[in-house]
Design a protein around this ligand. Structure first.
Ligand code: COA
Length: 190
């Protein structure tokens, strides 16, 4: 198991085999999955888990497990993949940040702390020039975090994810680039 990075309160680490079941038990609740198509069956989660493992293998980064350093508890995931959504056009392959926390971790600045650490890795260790984030219009919690991180809304990049119907579309896109990150980071921490 390797740790991608560490913050004051958190470890962002690779997945262990035992995390697959634990994550499903903790995270697969109606509030957490509200804007993600609703609660998943085991088959759906297994496919998602395989994609997460594939990102580590292919890119050396993924949506890492976010672990509470004080308790060892799994709080969710946060990290980096690359856009793989069908319908995303020119965005395909662009570095993408994503997050999903258990309900007990909401409203504590945990997602922001994990996201800042992930963007530091994106622009530092991985040398990416730009990172995007995407969600659906109804997910105002996720967009609130994008705003707190200083990400910029990119309506020109919005698209229809052809896997899903109107309840999970359009995919709306936000972006931050390496040049803007130092100032955005400072503002996010202020
Ligand atoms: C999206 C999601 C990760 C956002 O989490 P979050 O906890 O709202 O985000 P942050 O970490 O930035 O925390 C911000 C809140 O913590 C509060 N906070 C408390 N202590 C804090 C601290 N030490 N530092 C920063 N903020 C703190 C802030 O005031 C803010 O509260 P508010 O929303 O009441 O104003 C979370 O809602 C989630 O997991 N949703 C379900 C999954 C999902 O939809 N994922 C995204 C798919 S696109």
């Amino acid at each position: 198991m390797s740790v991608a990075t560490e913050t004051d309160r958190l470890l962002l680490r690779d997945w262990r085999e035992s995390d697959k079941q634990a994550f499903y038990d903790i995270m697969n609740t109606p509030p957490v999955m509200k804007h993600l198509g609703g609660v998943q069956d085991w088959e759906g989660w297994s496919a998602a888990y395989d994609r997460i493992a594939g990102f580590t293998r292919d890119f050396g980064h993924t949506f890492w497990i976010v672990e509470d350093k004080a308790t060892g508890e799994i709080l969710g995931f946060c990290g980096l993949k690359r856009v793989n959504a069908p319908g995303s056009g020119d965005l395909l392959g662009t570095p993408e940040i994503g997050w999903r926390l258990r309900e007990s971790a909401w409203g504590r600045g945990i997602a922001k702390e994990a996201a800042i650490a992930s963007l530091d890795l994106a622009f530092g260790r991985f040398g990416y020039p730009e990172v995007i984030a995407m969600t659906i219009p109804a997910n105002t919690d996720s967009q609130g975090l994008m705003i707190r991180l200083g990400m910029v809304r990119r309506e020109d990049l919005d698209f229809t994810d052809t896997r899903f119907g109107p309840e999970l579309n359009p995919a709306i896109v936000w972006s931050i680039d390496a040049k803007r990150w130092p100032a955005a980071r400072a503002a996010a921490l202020a």
